[in-house]
Structures are given as C-alpha cells and as structure tokens.
Design a binder for this molecule. Structure first.
Ligand code: Q46
Ligand code: ZN
Ligand code: ZN
Length: 312
C-alpha cells in the first residue's frame, strides 16, 4: 500500500476515499478534516472560547489535540462519574489529566461522588433508573453549567462519523422525528449569551481517531465504560460496518445526505427554543418547575440533598 500523495509507505488505508496515506500525510489529512467540519458548519472561530468535553478516550483526546494544533483556544472538562468497575472512572480521569498537562491547557474536573455523596451507578440504583439515563442528565447539566458560568462560546464533543451514523440509524428505524431534528454536527446558540454545541470529528471515523492517537503517542483509556456493554448503538455500528465493508463510503453518504436534508425533520418540530421556565432550585432553563437534574439528585433550594430523598 502506497501513500497517494508521496508514494511512500502507507500506514492506513481509507477505502471510503479510495486511497491510502503515509504517517505524515495522514496527520495533515486529520487536521484538514477537522478544519473542514469547523468551516463548513460554521462551528466557531479562532476568537471563540471552546470547552472540550473529554472522557479520556481516543476521540475526545484526539479532538483536543487537533484543536490545540490548529490554534484554537480550547480548555477541557472531565466529569468523574464514580464508576468503580474496572477502575474505569479514576483511570480515565488520569488519562484526561495527563493529556491536559501535556498540552498545557486548563482542565475543569467535576467529581460526582464528591459533589453528591454518591456515584452515578449508585444514584441510578436508588432511583431504579438505568445508569446511562442518570449519566446523560448529569453530564448534560454540568457541561451546560460550566459553559454558562465560565462564558464559553461552544461545547465540543468527540462524536465521530460512526457515532453520528449509528444514532441516525437508530432514530430512523423508530422514526424518532424529534431526535432526527437534532442530529446536525452543529447546533448554534439559541439566544445571544448562550453557547453552541459542536462535533468537529464528524468527518473522521473511530479507526482514524485511534490511529491518530497512536501516531501522536497520545495515551488514552482503551476499555469502554462497563455500562456500554449491550448498548443498542453498538449494534447499529456493527450493522453499518458490515454495510461499509461492501460499499465503502456508505456511512458517509448515509449521514451527510441526512444532514443536507435535516430541515425536512426540523420543519416537523416546533421551532427550537429555550425551555420556558427556570428551575426553581438551580436556576437552569427547564421545561418543568424543577429540572430533571435536581429531581434526579433530590436537591433542595440550597442545592443540598433534600430529606425526602429515596431510601430504596
Ligand atoms: S452514558 Fe452509560 Fe456512557 Fe455514562 S454510564 Fe457509561 S455508557 S459513560 S457515553
Ligand atoms: Zn505520504
Ligand atoms: Zn435544577
């Protein structure tokens, strides 16, 4: 396999682009893929204050590295969920911390057990909810809170093409129109003073992110969250990989043709707007008098755990 650009020894085949690249040209290509996503979807500029949600995994660390190399002003946020199985949370925090030191950028750390006296799996158990549902509400809350309090312009996440195409397949299969309206690579701020949400790795695959980390010597947590086992998104990824093997480029076409036509789904949904209420406990925008985060964590008006919390 030869590099399409210099004819040197290729280190990665990219059948979906009908080419292979050497280490140097693959590195350039990754930077270009991220720049293309940022420019094409008008995600942010060199003046923007960017918050990268990092998990300690290959995607978010590759993304943070690329943004720093491209000259963006990007800080990180790590949320320790308190998952003890496999030492998952503490190990992934260590990868996030050492990467922040390596690039010399600020890393905000939120420790759920320290803040709430309970880990995500423990809270989910007391509420008879799935850990991933408690996790989603909590991560969203803290990302939004830090972005608001620290005046970030945009929150970026390491979602890649595989993640986006898998989510799309799941949403199309069950025709979840409300989710289909929200699957774009970039959601601009709804009001001035708010922040946008961006996925600058949408043109890159999981495999490309892993190869990038390997080439740049970026250590990352290789194990998956123990609660991701059996997740439906993994099934959709598997199916899409089979299709891709026979029809290279199918995943890209599936997701980006949808993005081109996303207004068809958005037209069916009412105009996106901020929730009309503010949570009477934490003050965050909310669809109810008490937001889903404060309900999950049984917070009272002082932000403490209330006495009527579940004792299951
Ligand atoms: S939601 Fe679920 Fe993930 Fe949270 S509990 Fe683990 S698998 S980390 S993206
Ligand atoms: Zn080359
Ligand atoms: Zn609240």
């Amino acid at each position: 396999m030869k590099c399409r650009i210099c004819a040197g020894k290729a280190i990665i085949g990219l059948p979906q682009h009908n080419m292979a690249l050497c280490a140097e040209h693959f590195d350039n290509w990754m930077l270009k893929r991220v720049s293309k996503a940022v420019d094409e979807f008008k995600m942010f500029s060199k003046k923007s204050n960017i918050l990268v949600a990092v998990s300690g995994g290959k995607d978010s660390l590759a993304l943070w590295d690329i943004l720093v190399r491209l000259g963006y002003n990007a800080s990180g946020l790590y949320i320790n969920l308190g998952i003890e199985e496999d030492d998952y949370s503490d190990e992934s925090e260590e990868f996030a911390r050492s990467f922040a030191e390596r690039v010399g950028r600020k890393l905000y750390i939120v420790d759920i057990e320290e803040n709430h006296g309970m880990s995500i799996p423990e809270k989910a158990y007391t509420k008879r909810r799935k850990p991933c549902s408690a996790c989603g509400v909590t991560k969203r809350y803290y990302m939004n809170k830090i972005a608001r309090n620290e005046s970030f312009d945009v929150i970026v996440t390491g979602h890649n093409l595989d993640d986006q195409a898998a989510a799309l397949l799941g949403n199309v299969l069950y025709w979840k129109i409300d989710y289909l309206a929200k699957g774009a690579p970039y959601s601009p701020p709804i009001e001035s003073g708010q922040f946008g949400k961006a996925k600058p790795l949408v043109f890159c695959t999981e495999k490309e992110d892993a190869v990038y980390c390997l080439l740049k010597g970026i250590p990352y947590i290789q194990k998956e969250c123990p609660y991701s086992k059996g997740a439906t998104s993994l099934r959709w990824k598997h199916i899409l990989n089979e299709i891709e093997e026979n029809s290279p480029g199918a995943k890209h076409a599936f997701y980006f043709d949808y993005v081109r036509n996303i207004d068809l789904f958005q037209a069916k949904e009412k105009e996106e707007e901020l929730p009309p209420l503010t949570c009477e406990i934490c003050g965050a925008p909310s669809w109810n008098y008490v937001c889903s985060f404060c309900r999950l964590w049984d917070l009272d008006k002082r932000g403490n755990l209330s006495c009527d919390m579940d004792q299951n």
